[in-house]
Design a protein around this ligand. Structure first.
Ligand SMILES: C[S@@+](CC[C@H](N)C(=O)[O-])C[C@H]1O[C@@H](n2cnc3c(N)ncnc32)[C@H](O)[C@@H]1O
Length: 318
């Protein structure tokens, strides 16, 4: 399958519209922090002919596909293997410390989900890996087999919002003592057996929340995002714009906190005139989080959980 057949970029039109005013000037630079299969990147390059694009991804396999797809744009696209919290170093290395646009399309790509051997999917039996970058770090099996029970409960609750975390972890610990986990089907079966009937009736595959939690832990997703969004805001030139697509409430909460804080005055209450240094450096471009339309969800079910937020840099640092 070609890269454009198997992935439909989420909320594409809205992302382009949000970034447009910042990218219409020739010589602008936009960073796609999650280039993935290059869907958003390709549209950015086509819609804004004067723009140079820097694309990051931590997954070397995704970068290889994106490189092929973006090749017709030649030197206008520079792709870099990096985790997105390395953004300031990447920009410094490329001699572009300030940019006009930044896009994040968080989470896993359809390619990562579709390739069973990557271990992201609870729908097919595969090695429990879930690393977006298989050249470093530990996989999901090692997390399951070695983490203390209390830590596993915390992860399932915090990252998976799993109400039955204790019950599931008790079953995992019992099973891993008999034999360490290696593949996903055994974990999926165990979760199904561990849950009470009532919990199984709510919302899709009962393993979904545990898989999400393991994926977030394996890739350190929230810690990385917590560093990356402020770094991206700091890299924006005045007039530059950021757009972030999140897929679960924890990501969206983090993004909201950073953008809202940037758009809020830090002046102590009661000042008759607010000095420049207290004034907000961001202006929010979205009211709350914007959602995909019903039509988009009907065409692309992976868009369903998406939440889009955007902001414009309006001021230099004090
Ligand atoms: C939802 S996909 C992006 C799809 C892309 N917008 C497109 O239209 O093809 C997310 C991508 O971000 C990458 N990714 C996730 N977390 C990352 C991180 N912390 N640093 C760099 N890349 C990351 C994943 O490897 C994946 O390829």
């Amino acid at each position: 399958m070609s890269t454009n057949e198997r992935h439909v970029p989420v909320m594409l039109r809205r992302c382009l519209d949000l970034l447009a005013p910042a990218l219409e000037k020739p010589g602008s630079t936009v960073v796609d922090c999650t280039v993935g299969l290059g869907g958003h990147s390709e549209a950015l390059l086509t819609s804004f002919p004067g723009v140079r694009l820097i694309g990051l991804d931590r997954d070397p396999a995704a970068l290889e596909l994106a490189r092929e797809r973006l090749a017709p744009h030649g030197e206008r696209a520079t792709l870099v293997h990096a985790v997105y919290d390395e953004l300031p170093e990447v920009l410094a290395r490329l001699g572009t410390p300030r940019v006009q646009g930044v896009l994040f399309d968080l989470g896993v790509s359809s390619m990562q989900l579709d390739e069973a051997e990557r271990g992201f999917s609870y729908a097919r039996d595969a090695p429990l890996d879930m690393r977006m970058d298989q050249t470093r770090g530990i996989g999901a099996a090692e997390v399951l087999n070695t983490y203390p029970p209390g830590e596993l409960v915390r992860i399932l609750r915090a990252y998976g919002e799993e109400k039955q975390a204790k019950r599931i972890v008790a079953a995992i610990v019992r099973e891993r003592e008999k034999e360490p986990f290696t593949t996903s089907a055994r974990l999926v079966d165990l979760i199904r057996e561990a849950l009470p009937q009532a919990a199984k009736r709510t919302g899709g595959n009962p393993a979904k929340r545990t898989f999400q939690a393991l994926r977030i832990e394996v890739n350190g997703e929230l810690a990385v995002l917590e560093r990356a969004v402020p770094a991206a805001v700091a890299a924006l030139a005045v007039g530059g714009r950021i757009a972030v697509l999140s897929y679960h409430s924890l990501e969206d909460r983090l993004v909201k906190q950073v953008l809202t804080a940037g758009a809020t005055s830090t002046a102590p209450p009661g000042l008759p005139v607010v000095p420049e240094r207290y004034q907000p450096r961001l202006r929010l471009l979205t009211r709350g989080a914007e959602l995909p339309t019903e039509e988009e969800i009907a065409e692309n079910r992976r868009a369903a959980p998406a939440r889009l937020r955007g902001a414009e840099r309006i001021r230099e640092e004090p």
